[in-house]
Design a protein around this ligand. Sequence first.
Ligand SMILES: Cc1cc2nc3c(=O)[nH]c(=O)nc-3n(C[C@H](O)[C@H](O)[C@H](O)COP(=O)(O)OP(=O)(O)OC[C@H]3O[C@@H](n4cnc5c(N)ncnc54)[C@H](O)[C@@H]3O)c2cc1C
Length: 381
Amino acid sequence: MDVVVIGAGVSGLAAARELVRAGRSVVVLEARDRIGGRVHTVHDPLTPVPIELGAEFVHGAHPVLWNLLRAAVVPVLELEGGGPDGMRAVFKAMAQEPEQSFGQFIDAFQAPEQVKQAVTGYIEGFNAASKDLVSIEWLLQEKRAADSIEGDRSFRVLSGYDSVPKFLSRGLDVRLSTPVREVRWTPGLVTVEADGQVFEAPRAIVTMPFAIPIDPEPASVAAGRAAIVTGSALRVTFRFAEAPGPELSFIHGDQPFPVWWTPHPVQTSVITGWAGGRKGDVLTGLEDDEIIRIALESLHGILGKDPGEPEAAFFHNWNRDPWSLGAYSYGRVNGAKARRYLAEPVDDTLFFAGETVCPEGHMGTVHGAMVSGIEAARRCL
Ligand SMILES: Cc1cc2nc3c(=O)[nH]c(=O)nc-3n(C[C@H](O)[C@H](O)[C@H](O)COP(=O)(O)OP(=O)(O)OC[C@H]3O[C@@H](n4cnc5c(N)ncnc54)[C@H](O)[C@@H]3O)c2cc1C
């Protein structure tokens, strides 16, 4: 084949699709027994809406994702809600400051403690980031990218987010349950060892640059690993016999799972809790049952009444998943440029894609992952 693509998440599928459209022969190697990676929808017959274990929201209006949603003819619904008051002022002040961690910045920022806490909770939760590690330059770069695509608007794919990888994968040669153990390369030849199989091609696109051993490891990957953190985000979805609370888009509190939302305006008895950043870090090592119990207690606290026993709980711990090693990435202090050097091809042989690498700055998102895959494919071509 012309190109081996490693990983059948949206970045790998978008890359392979682009290459196949240009007439190249491509094989996609995927460790799991399904496509989609961190887009993972459960279609449970007893639950009236698709359950997302990974990505749920379409953030903004990036054309690569929206053109695909239109082509796939899937129903998409716009949602209400946004960041806390004071976000605009915080970003404006951040833009005047030298590079530092968000924690350092917010400590010195002049605002009522309540506002600082709300903004910190939002930044950490949304970015799956710890305030003491995440770089303000990285946050600003992501904000600028989001502003360019109406990133404050959010949508939900009513048929399930898995409509996206399903559409992308049409006609592709994807080998499931094929975990890659090592990538060896010299200029012009890549040898990929999966369990019991060897694949060779003049070029490869690697969508999980930090998770797959590469020999010799390119300097950009080593530098990227030091500059980027894959953050924690835990989400638990409960289905109750009856709606446990008011039909609100988003509810915020200070519990271990501080943010909750329902599929509003779709009326259901389903509710999802979210613990991202440091809140996620402290929970992520616990057993699944314990995490689910803590989520239920959080819901009790946030509603101010006992929601009763759920009929079902849906959860996936991405941090303990060997094929993701975390939820999604953010830049450490002085790490904001990592995505640029990772996006550079190595000897016209190795190409990197994945949400971490998005050359337009939409890291940690589905559209960002797609952009990274398309860009890697174009450079490859
Ligand atoms: C809980 C959660 C909520 C999120 N919410 C949103 C949201 O609301 N909106 C949004 O836009 N984004 C969201 N995201 C982020 C979004 O899901 C990701 O940015 C995007 O799906 C990443 O795509 P990717 O192709 O870069 O990586 P992945 O989807 O992780 O794909 C990489 C693939 O490589 C495979 N792989 C790994 N190692 C190997 C190996 N050794 N051999 C072979 N295959 C391998 C993996 O199994 C995986 O399928 C969320 C993510 C999580 C975890």
